[in-house]
Design a protein around this ligand. Structure first.
Ligand SMILES: Cc1cc2nc3c(=O)[nH]c(=O)nc-3n(C[C@H](O)[C@H](O)[C@H](O)COP(=O)(O)OP(=O)(O)OC[C@H]3O[C@@H](n4cnc5c(N)ncnc54)[C@H](O)[C@@H]3O)c2cc1C
Length: 445
């Protein structure tokens, strides 16, 4: 069986390894347009601020390891340009020789990920304006962060914008973050996002809301950012306004896509064309809470979907049972956790919901070192089933958000949260966990 995988990072190489483990006689070819394989993009902001001392540390396995240890035909600098569905062949271009090539497949996985959106704003091509996604992007950015670069502007206040704001701030740079919307981190509700903004201000990071970047100018490099309301002098710009699935090369195939170009897959990771699978940032992600296909491009989902795609391609049967929309972000001294639906999403889906919110301490007040947690929960007005949760605080966010994510996956109701047998000892928790304290305070039970 000839397996071809397009894209050599999280989803692609999770699939390759699963095929390798499942099918002893597998012939696996991976076509990757870049030079790096199997690395953790999630670690890159911490390479920029030096918390991770060397970029090589984010590489899980090198191209050479895939070739020499696992016998995978792992190619680099090979970009896929189209598919011949009738002949089951991938059309590609060798970027070094500029020669076109065709690679036949029995089973094909599209794991091309997503690219940062780079808008066609005036001056966008000026040196000093960076998109941030790959190891190559990170190396270019770090080369450009010379000592004369003191003032950095980030466009976009989503999780990559926030992580990079922290990263630059730790390097001692003056950071300005411009966000078109009236709040940062739109995956949180506005009153929760306020805690993030307060933390930014406490750290000396300037947050500019309700301004839309329109152009850049400068002589040899970017020197000024213009919005619809003002202009700002700057030494460097980082764009973080979202990502778009890398599926343009498939448009002519008629393969089914979501409106944003993500490939629609079923629970086996199969696309609408036989023998073609998709996984990761370029694919759809069934959302168990919304009960519909969604696009939430995250590393954790890419690895899961890649593994499942690989198993199914190699003849096993595995299903991807969907996401609930969980994410966690470190922003300076805060941890930001969310799962399920925000109020905006619940409204868009016309779901009748109620909210409960509270402040709680991370552990028993009499034991030193407890910190404040801000919690919010959405639940269905009639069934009382949990719909979503948001937690922000300095510590203890990670375990509570994962409790809520597990509860959401299991379809628990809010009163059932009180039944959960959660770990308690004074250094770690209260006798009632903060989530349970919130449910009790709500008077619902
Ligand atoms: C800065 C940053 C921080 C992040 N932090 C987190 C985090 O904390 N938690 C989390 O869960 N997720 C995080 N993510 C998201 C996570 O990294 C991605 O969801 C994950 O890498 C997606 O994996 P993938 O294999 O689907 O796609 P990618 O990692 O994008 O890999 C796709 C590969 O396909 C190649 N490719 C594309 N088109 C072609 C073509 N036509 N021909 C050949 N090759 C092609 C690309 O070069 C690329 O190497 C972060 C991402 C970034 C950028």
């Amino acid at each position: 069986m000839q397996y071809v995988i397009i894209g050599g990072v999280a989803a692609g190489m999770s699939a390759a390894m699963e095929i390798y483990r499942t099918d002893d006689s597998a012939k696996i070819t991976v076509l990757e347009r870049g030079e790096d394989y199997s690395y953790g993009q999630c670690g890159l902001p911490y390479v920029v601020n030096g918390v991770i001392p060397s970029i090589d540390k984010v590489v899980a396995r090198t191209v050479e390891q895939f070739r020499d240890k696992y016998g995978i035909d792992a190619r680099i600098k090979t970009t896929v340009t189209g598919l011949d569905i009738e002949k089951q062949e991938v059309e590609a271009l060798d970027l070094e020789t500029e020669k076109p090539l065709r690679v036949p497949y029995d089973r094909l996985l599209i794991a091309t990920g997503s690219d940062p959106i780079v808008p066609n704003w005036e001056g966008i091509g000026l040196p000093g304006i960076h998109a941030f996604k790959t190891m190559t992007d990170t190396k270019k950015l770090m080369e450009d962060l010379t000592d004369d670069k003191k003032d950095v502007t980030i466009v976009g206040g989503g999780y990559i914008g926030l992580e990079m704001a922290e990263s630059f701030n730790t390097r001692g740079l003056k950071v300005r973050l411009i966000q078109r919307e009236p709040q940062v981190a739109e995956i949180f509700d506005p009153e929760m996002a306020k805690f993030i903004q307060n933390e930014a201000e406490r750290q000396g990071i300037e947050i500019i809301l309700n301004e839309s970047v329109q152009s850049f100018s400068g002589t040899d490099k970017v020197e000024e950012v213009r919005t619809d309301k003002a202009s700002y002098q700057t030494d460097l710009v980082l764009l973080a306004i979202g990502v778009s699935p890398n599926t343009d090369f498939l448009k002519k195939t008629g393969i089914h896509m979501l409106r944003n170009g993500a490939l629609i897959v079923n629970s086996y990771q199969e696309t609408s064309i036989s023998n073609i699978y998709a996984a990761g940032d370029c694919a759809s992600h069934y959302n168990r809470v919304k009960k519909m296909n969604d696009h939430v491009p995250l590393g954790t989902t890419s690895n899961k979907q890649g593994r499942i795609a690989g198993a199914n391609m190699a003849g096993h049967t595995m299903t991807f049972n969907g996401i609930v929309g969980t994410s966690i972000i470190k922003f300076c001294d805060l941890t930001l956790g969310r799962t399920g639906l925000s109020e905006k999403e619940a409204k868009a889906l016309n779901l009748p919901y109620e909210v409960m919110a509270s402040e709680a301490r991370t552990h028993a007040g009499y034991y030193p070192g407890s910190e404040e947690l801000h919690l919010k929960l959405l639940y269905h007005k009639e069934t009382h089933k949990l719909l979503g949760g948001q937690i922000i605080g300095k510590k203890g966010v990670d375990k509570r958000i994962d409790v809520l994510a597990t509860a959401l996956y299991a379809g628990l109701t809010t009163p059932q949260l009180l039944d959960l047998d959660l770990g308690y000892a004074p250094p770690y928790n209260g006798v009632w966990d903060p989530i349970q304290q919130m449910v009790r305070k709500s008077g619902l039970v």
